[in-house]
Ligand binder design. Structure first.
Ligand code: PSV
Ligand code: MN
Length: 402
């Protein structure tokens, strides 16, 4: 008997609906970021990668390739102005011809000189107005590309006690976002991302999920919280945050990445597979309440091959989801209700320790995808062709970690 059949039989014997699990795995969608394909790095150095895309069209080509290998990465997030083009409908068409779509639109209100002291929280009205105007412009990009998500992250914060009034900055933030909110397309959602430090090291205006959540509540039902897994103090229980936001109906989406120290932006699930699994368990447990959550990757590659890094991130999301789907939830609830501390924990551990690779391989085979996408990528000449066609970009010194 082959490995898949053995696993499917074991799961069925444990009461898991294997066809339903396979359907869910087949429908999983993880958005990849345009900025994860291009040359990126750390603040110390950006090493140019042979074949890194030179423009947004080539980024879409690469994203389409990852989607062809996995069937699980059907959309791409754009960062404006990094990905700005004159013809937005043309860009959407270009993506559609390659079997993918445009995902979240990310305004950039942190790289220009004027944003040294912040954007929407800046002490000068003229700077705040420019930031708001850019985000309103991005609402127009949403309409032109058919994107349903405006994904906001601000580098706003201060470095020293007394540098600026934290309460005035809060009021400016809320006023600015309310203006942007009014320009969201019908049905469009504003995702508010928080980060507890960097580049501000004394305070960050949107420091944590609580501030992002309170801001979303004030703005209205189209505003939700975005959880970037690298944006918390070490040992924060992210699964708890996810569970709370899901229960309150305000979990907008994720930026997945892995970290050991700070906002390391490493390959998703590479250093923290159990944490990723815990998060997916909350999402699976929430059922329909998680239906609209946007799953996005936000990572930055410094020394690793970009396509392979992105692929591994998608595969690790699939694996975490598969393990979360095969948790024996009725048994878990039973043991929880009985106060069986370690028995309940064991249910999680059993699922986490199950080798789900044969299950995922089977799902891929049934979708006419390579059963081992990583081996397929390594055997393929896509990356070598891209390197030959695109060459290696000239790079300067440092760059924002992304
Ligand atoms: C900031 O660290 C961040 O996580 C935000 O999501 C940005 O949009 C992204 O990185 C790229 O700079
Ligand atoms: Mn992020």
């Amino acid at each position: 008997m082959d490995a898949y059949q053995r696993l499917a039989d074991n799961l069925a014997a444990a009461g898991i609906d294997v066809p339903a699990v396979k359907d869910k795995l087949g429908a999983q969608a993880i958005e990849t970021p345009s900025w994860g394909y291009g040359n990126s790095g750390t603040r110390f150095k950006v090493f140019p990668w042979p074949g890194a895309p030179r423009n947004v069209y080539e980024k879409l080509d690469d994203a389409a390739y990852i989607n062809r290998l996995t069937g699980a990465a059907p959309t791409v997030a754009l960062h404006i102005p990094w990905d700005r083009v004159d013809d937005w409908p043309g860009l959407s068409q270009y993506a559609a011809e390659r079997g993918i779509g445009i995902g979240a639109i990310n305004p950039n209100v942190f790289q220009d000189e004027i944003y040294k002291l912040g954007s929407v929280c800046h002490p000068e009205a003229a700077v705040r107005e420019r930031a708001v105007a850019h985000m309103i412009d991005c609402c127009a990009v949403m309409k032109a590309t058919g994107s349903g998500l405006l994904s906001l992250w601000f580098a706003d914060g201060t470095n020293y006690a007394g540098q600026d009034s934290m309460s005035d900055r809060k009021a400016r933030l809320e006023r600015g976002l309310a203006e942007v909110y009014a320009h969201l397309p019908d049905g469009g959602r504003m995702l508010i991302e928080y980060k507890f430090f960097e580049p501000g090291f004394y305070h960050t205006d949107l420091a944590d999920w609580g501030i992002a959540y309170a801001t979303a509540l004030k703005l209205g039902p189209q505003a939700e919280v975005l959880v970037d897994t690298g944006h918390h103090a070490l040992s924060t229980n992210i699964a708890h945050i996810v569970s709370y936001l899901l229960a309150e109906g305000r979990l907008g989406g994720f930026h997945f990445n892995s970290r050991r120290y700070a906002d390391d932006d490493l390959i998703v699930g590479s250093g923290n597979p159990f944490e990723l699994f815990e998060i997916f368990c909350e999402l699976v447990s929430a059922g329909d309440a998680a239906a609209d959550v946007a799953y996005m990757i936000d990572q930055s590659h410094n020394i690793e091959p970009k396509l392979e890094a992105m692929l591994v991130s998608v595969l690790n999301c699939q694996s975490a989801y598969a393990k979360a789907l095969i948790v024996d939830y009725p048994l878990l609830r039973e043991r929880q209700a009985a106060g069986d501390v370690l028995g309940a924990h064991r249910v999680y551990v059993d699922a986490f320790e199950t080798d789900v690779r044969p299950l995922l391989a089977q799902v891929r085979l049934e979708q006419d995808r390579p059963p081992d996408p990583l081996a397929a990528l390594r055997a393929d000449n896509y990356a070598a062709r891209a390197a030959a066609e695109r060459g290696t970009a000239e790079m300067g010194g440092g760059g924002y970690p992304g």
